[in-house]
Design a protein around this ligand. Structure first.
Ligand code: SAH
Length: 204
């Protein structure tokens, strides 16, 4: 998976690649789908949600330029796979998921795997996680009409954010960096994510 799907498409950040080699992706999908866990596409995880395609997880992770001391906010825990990748690299990961069942399952698995630098909470992540801000990096794993303002507010100066922005059926993956009062945006390419449902995302 790492060589054929990730390195070959230009991902070269060592911390990202090492994290991919460490996290057992098959444990984050249902037993019936384990044989497909390392394939080049997203898979259903229940509750009409999906675990993202490995390359997209790698692209988003690399674009955050994470350092080992970083505190990261993730919106959309889902299976917890991206959470584990982030937890391999950063110091602390705060992850928000709106569906309780998914949050519970991910939390149990991540604890079982020994990730004690992760905190998961059930909430509308379009509000961020005020009590824990500022964050060095923020990653949103669901598609939003625009970048929720609270997330920009909770990013530290110099912090990085990655989020799929656009319509319901296809989006642009946007990388934003906060520089004082300015937000420097760069498009990383088109993508297709499930909807970010919440006050500052899409309505249910
Ligand atoms: N990175 C995850 C992707 C999960 S899909 C993985 O690879 O498994 C996106 C997730 O975002 C879904 O679990 C969905 O329930 C969640 N989500 C959607 N809107 C949300 C919101 N406002 N706050 C928190 N989580 C949200």
């Amino acid at each position: 998976m790492v060589d054929v799907q990730i390195v070959s498409r230009g991902i070269d950040d060592e911390a990202t690649l090492n994290a991919f080699l460490s996290v057992p992706r098959h444990l984050f999908v249902e037993e019936a789908l384990r044989g497909q866990a390392y394939n080049d596409y997203p898979l259903p995880i229940g509750e009409e949600q999906t675990i993202s395609q490995p390359y997209i997880v790698a692209l988003m992770t690399q674009s955050l330029n994470l350092m080992s001391g970083d505190r990261v906010l993730e919106i959309g825990t889902g299976s917890g796979y991206q959470t584990a990748i982030l937890a391999e690299i950063a110091k602390e990961v705060f992850s928000v998921e709106r569906i309780e069942e998914l949050a519970k399952k991910a939390d149990e698995l991540l604890q079982r795997l020994g990730y004690n630098n992760v905190r998961i909470r059930v909430d509308d992540g379009t509000h961020g996680w005020m009590e824990q801000c500022p964050f060095d990096a923020i990653i949103v794993a669901a598609a939003s009409p625009d970048i929720p303002g609270a997330l920009i507010d909770q990013l530290r100066d110099g912090g990085r954010l990655v989020i799929p922005v656009g319509g319901r059926s296809s989006q642009e993956l946007v990388r934003a960096m906060k520089k004082g009062h300015e937000i420097v945006r760069r498009n990383l390419g088109s993508c297709r994510f499930v909807k970010l449902i919440g006050e500052f995302g899409w309505m249910d």
